[in-house]
Ligand binder design. Sequence first.
Ligand code: IPE
Ligand code: IPE
Ligand code: MG
Length: 277
Amino acid sequence: MIYVEANNLPSHIGIIMDGNGRWAQLRGRERVEGHREGSKAVRRIVRAARRLGIRALTLYAFSEQNWARPELEVDALMQLLREFLLSERDEILENGIRLNAIGNLGRLPAVVRTVLDPLRNESATREEMTLTLALSYGGREEIADAARDLAREVAAGTLRPEDVTEHTLHARMPSLTVGDPDLVIRTGGERRISNFLLYGLAYAELHFADVLWPDFTEHDLYEAIASFQRRERRFGLVGKPAEPILASEGEVATPASTDGAASEKAAENAPVLRLVG
Ligand code: IPE
Ligand code: IPE
Ligand code: MG
């Protein structure tokens, strides 16, 4: 049983959906079949997030660097994206979901744009959850775009150089209009960020799941959120004083470590305590 507290949900979750290719290869199938299975996981997780009451979900579906993959794979991904948007259209609109997209959208082929753009417009006033697809997206590229915008404003005389701050830069990042990500999940076993939401990641909690994206279930999402809820976010400040835990009469115990990963592990396998004194 996983307990998720309704009053302490991450308001913005980002997911690096990784592992489609390996999922297929492990089964002796074409990588594209892994992407097809991956789009079923997208459906599952969007529904689960909406039901939980998550306000913003950002899915890393295609990076700017992914264009360099074999043409056949890129074409198949674009086709699957189109099919996803077509098949989810009604559910998105009926469930109050605003569908948004970030990234270098100009690079997307017409087969995608002709379904993506109308759905973005039609769903623009929906307010239950914002579902953002990161497509042809790169975190460094987004930072460079925002810097270029500011440079243009300075050159035009509408902004003073001293007004180039972390806030004005933040305000020009499309990925952060829904706020900084509180929790970023990466599936597929790699412990890296691969150019996702770099600027907004400053104080995000990270959760790495070993499960390949096509196998990622609602249960895995709840587990990631429960892990988020066990952490103390300090934002550079001083944390709550560590409370001694009474193990048994006369003995005082503290959690094995105050280090984030270890205390998370402690909570997972509770009670894991190291006796002191
Ligand atoms: C993630 O799965 C989907 C995209 C990057 C488009 P991958 O295709 O990267 O799968 P692996 O990492 O090769 O298994
Ligand atoms: C990150 O996965 C991009 C997406 C999930 C869309 P990659 O598979 O492209 O990342 P690397 O190459 O393993 O770093
Ligand atoms: Mg990958």
